[in-house]
Design a protein around this ligand. Structure first.
Ligand SMILES: [Zn+2]
Length: 122
């Protein structure tokens, strides 16, 4: 990691990956398309975020980053800036693994309940 010119600690971007992304983005396959594609694992998305140079704060807010990876990133960032931190260092109620699981449960319960109600009417 390194200190960016804006004063934020960030992952060192891999310039090959950045060039590949610029190339593919111009041809209709950029970060939005990657975000919508289902074939990539959380680990792969997490690795890509590091390779394209996410800031520590931004990294903590990515849904696919596990708490463990966020904590490791903070640990590395604090070698450069002891005050560096992301929202999960304060147990973020939105982005932490537990909060994500609660949100996913709430979302998945909606269609399930609707289906069950329809079934009981028949
Ligand atoms: Zn957060």
């Amino acid at each position: 990691m390194y200190m960016r010119s804006d004063g934020r600690v960030a992952f060192v971007p891999n310039s090959i990956v950045r060039d590949l992304l610029d190339f593919s983005q111009a041809r209709g396959f950029g970060l939005n398309e990657i975000a919508c594609a289902h074939q990539y694992s959380r680990e792969e998305r997490c690795q890509l975020a590091q390779l394209i140079g996410y800031s520590l704060e931004g990294f903590h807010e990515l849904y696919f980053v596990y708490d463990k990876a966020a904590a490791e990133a903070t640990h590395a960032a604090r070698q450069i800036d002891p005050a560096a931190s992301g929202c999960r260092d304060d147990n973020c109620p939105i982005h932490s693994d537990g909060a994500q699981a609660d949100i996913a449960k709430a979302i998945h319960s909606i269609p399930y309940n609707r289906k069950r109600k329809k079934a009981s009417v028949r």
